[in-house]
Design a protein around this ligand. Sequence first.
Ligand SMILES: Nc1nc2c(ncn2[C@@H]2O[C@H](COP(=O)(O)OP(=O)(O)OP(=O)(O)O)[C@@H](O)[C@H]2O)c(=O)[nH]1
Length: 420
Amino acid sequence: MDTLILVVIIAVLAVGAAAGLVVTGRRRRQVPPPARRPEPVEPRVGEDAETPRDTPRRTIEDVGPPGTGTGLLEPGAPTAPPAPAPAPEVEVAPEEAAAPPAIEKPEPTAGRLVRLRARLSRSQNTLGKGLLALLSREHLDEDTWEEIEDTLITADVGVAPTQELVERLRTRVKVLGTRTPEELRALLREELVELVGTDMDRSLRTAAHPAAGDGAAARPAVLMVVGVNGTGKTTTTGKLARVLVADGRSVVLGAADTFRAAAADQLQTWGERVGARTVRGPEGGDPASVAFDAVKEGIAEGVDCVLIDTAGRLHTKTGLMDELGKVKRVVEKHGPLDEVLLVLDATTGQNGLVQARVFAEVVNITGIVLTKLDGSAKGGIVVAVQRELGVPVKLIGLGEGADDLAPFEPGQFVDALIGD
Ligand SMILES: Nc1nc2c(ncn2[C@@H]2O[C@H](COP(=O)(O)OP(=O)(O)OP(=O)(O)O)[C@@H](O)[C@H]2O)c(=O)[nH]1
């Protein structure tokens, strides 16, 4: 009997245990699997990669390209994969999501002006062709010479340079006697090239400074880009990085335009495309300290050049100029600036001259970058602005494309104006 009771108890316990296991098993199956989220993938933001920001930031993918508003990368160019969805079932490898964009190899700069010549010819057609048509008239009377003057002044050459050119042309045409179209073209070309100037040093100082005998460490060439907002400063800084990389230089970028929220993103995108690192600071932060850090980084990395983009807009003009002066002073704690490039928008005409004067009071401008010459018939501003500052135009912008920035060459420029 005792044995029977014992067997019954064991049987009851066994059934109970089995039922418990099933319940527990069911419960276990009902619990969703732990969500295996990837580490949050932040866009790389230069020096601040680890610092969370209060202000919502635009990612690199959000940053509009120059002019199109859809993304800086050209159609078909590789883009970073989208951020991972939060669904727990999908596992996204963080390293996959953070894949760096492919590094491009920009076109060499030699011959760029020749490649971009059609754009220049198209926009400056009225100037070159207009002058040739007037010079080809049967009678070069007073009215015709006045029209020639007007054509040059309309193209923003400036009054004094225009009068000089017309005077010289008049004398030479008179001396020449016969006037075949070929002779007139050659005369006009010579005079225009002379006016644009062949004796100015248009090279960019981009070679690093080797360590000096007095113990000074090696340091990169430092180029600062200045100008009012909208002239194309950030775009030019990005294109210039490509010019330098194309010519075999290594580059660090400094996003010292902390005033405009998207400027640093825009610059960083340009840099990433050619493998140049961008040093940036918090939005609204101190531009001088960003510029200082960029040079420090350039020294540490041993690069050839550091390119610093600056703000073009502040609450007041005095504020902007004070800030620019400070950026310059602080950067020069590392050593003198090699180039200060003033970016001027060719479509703003005489306004550019006023800007040039203001900037020249604060920083020692060493070269001018004239942007948007593809969209302006006022190529004469090249002459006027050089006269105004006594500083050469070193680069010209001829479009929104990544490689539409060309070293300026007077002969090729004039050829594009008057055609072959
Ligand atoms: N057509 C044409 N557009 C240009 C050229 N250079 C720059 N741009 C355009 O000019 C616009 C302004 O350029 P940004 O580089 O953002 O101007 P910014 O001077 O940095 O402006 P802020 O950052 O506000 O000071 C963009 O749409 C550029 O694509 C050029 O040579 N030709």
